[in-house]
Design a protein around this ligand. Structure first.
Ligand SMILES: [Zn+2]
Ligand SMILES: [Zn+2]
Length: 349
């Protein structure tokens, strides 16, 4: 059994390939995005690279012995890629944004479990993207620490007020939709003054928030658009929050908290192309280091600024399981660094 990981760093045009499990590794051929390697016993593995190798592979590339037994490493130059100028800011802010939904006026947001229509043209006349949660926090901050000057100079916070949607208006967050109770009255039911259930099948779709507003989680829904069905993986909720953290304050550490559990995540690098054992390809992925070790976590958050994120249990577990699944595919030397485990998450399908 051979395990491998291919990491493409677009900024420096380098593809690094680490292979583990054979006594010896040789390159049989490398061309375009195709790499074929041979083991000592005639084993062969065809690997799809995340990007094409440089056009004329003149130098003979050779695998070199790594730090572990049975570990081999080679670094190959990739074709240069010019679309990676504006790295952080070009990462997606969300999925099922206003721009996505406006592509088809007949779009329909449905209950994932029973397919009942929840948001469509019958109850939605206006769509608006919400500013990121971090922008909202900032506004809250200014609200509480209002500068002691006349209203004239700072306006009347009208932008803040308009975050309350009108009837038949849906506000779109990174991973949720928000509307007034009147807008959503035919689709959802309130339970225990806080939970929102699908009116048809009673599955939990979201929660009531201040306003009161109805907040529906995208991962409990599906999108029908132009005859296609789209899903929102729960772990995307966490990934989009991590991107916001990096974009908003270039903070590289996030402390995820969920139901008494803590997971410290170090956003090590982003916008990598990755191929994992079994030719599983991840595009525009983030390389994450993570730990749930209390001592490591405490040691780190005492010294580093870590953004604290409260995460729902469903999305927390989906995210954590995803990290562990990818970690299991990595060669042993690539799985851990010190007290941290290593993983990759992809931002696009
Ligand atoms: Zn339902
Ligand atoms: Zn530390």
């Amino acid at each position: 059994m051979v395990q491998y990981v291919v990491e493409w760093l677009p900024r420096i045009n380098r593809i690094a390939i680490v292979v583990e499990g054979w006594e010896r590794v040789q390159i049989e051929s490398v061309e375009g995005t195709f790499l074929s390697i041979l083991g000592d016993d005639g084993q062969r593995e065809d690997i799809s690279l995340p990007v094409e190798v440089e056009e004329n592979v003149n130098l003979p590339y050779e695998f070199e012995k790594g730090r572990n037994d049975l570990e081999y490493i080679v670094k190959i130059r990739s074709k240069s890629s010019e679309k990676y100028d504006n790295l952080i800011m070009s990462l997606p802010d969300g999925k099922w944004t206003k721009e996505d939904l406006c592509l088809d006026p007949e779009f329909s947001i449905e209950c994932l479990q029973c397919k009942q229509k929840i948001i469509n043209k019958d109850n939605c006349r206006v769509l608006n993207n919400m500013p990121s949660e971090f922008w909202m926090e900032l506004m809250d901050y200014w609200h509480c620490h209002k500068p002691d000057v006349g209203e004239t100079k700072f306006g009347s916070y009208s932008q803040y007020e308009t975050l309350k949607p009108s009837e038949n208006e849906i506000l779109i967050g990174n991973s949720f939709f928000q509307g007034t109770p009147a807008t959503l009255k035919n689709a959802v039911l309130e339970k225990d003054s806080n939970m929102l259930l699908c009116k048809n099948c009673s599955v939990v779709l979201g929660q009531t928030t201040a306003g009161p507003l109805y907040k529906l989680y995208k991962w409990k829904l599906r999108l029908r658009r132009n005859g296609m069905t789209y899903h929102f993986p729960p772990e995307l909720d966490v990934m989009l929050s991590l991107i916001s953290v990096v974009k908003a304050n270039s903070c590289r550490y996030a402390l995820l908290k969920s139901g008494g559990k803590r997971l410290l995540v170090w956003i090590f690098s982003f916008d990598l192309g990755v191929t994992l054992t079994g030719n599983k390809q991840l595009k525009r992925s983030m390389k994450l280091l993570y730990t749930d070790n209390d001592a490591t976590t405490n040691h780190c958050i005492e010294r580093q600024n870590a953004e604290e994120l409260d995460i729902q249990e469903t999305t927390f577990h989906a995210f954590y399981d995803g990290l562990q699944r990818v970690n299991a595919l990595l060669p042993s030397n690539m799985k851990v660094v010190g007290e941290w485990s290593i993983s990759y998450v992809s931002l696009v399908e």
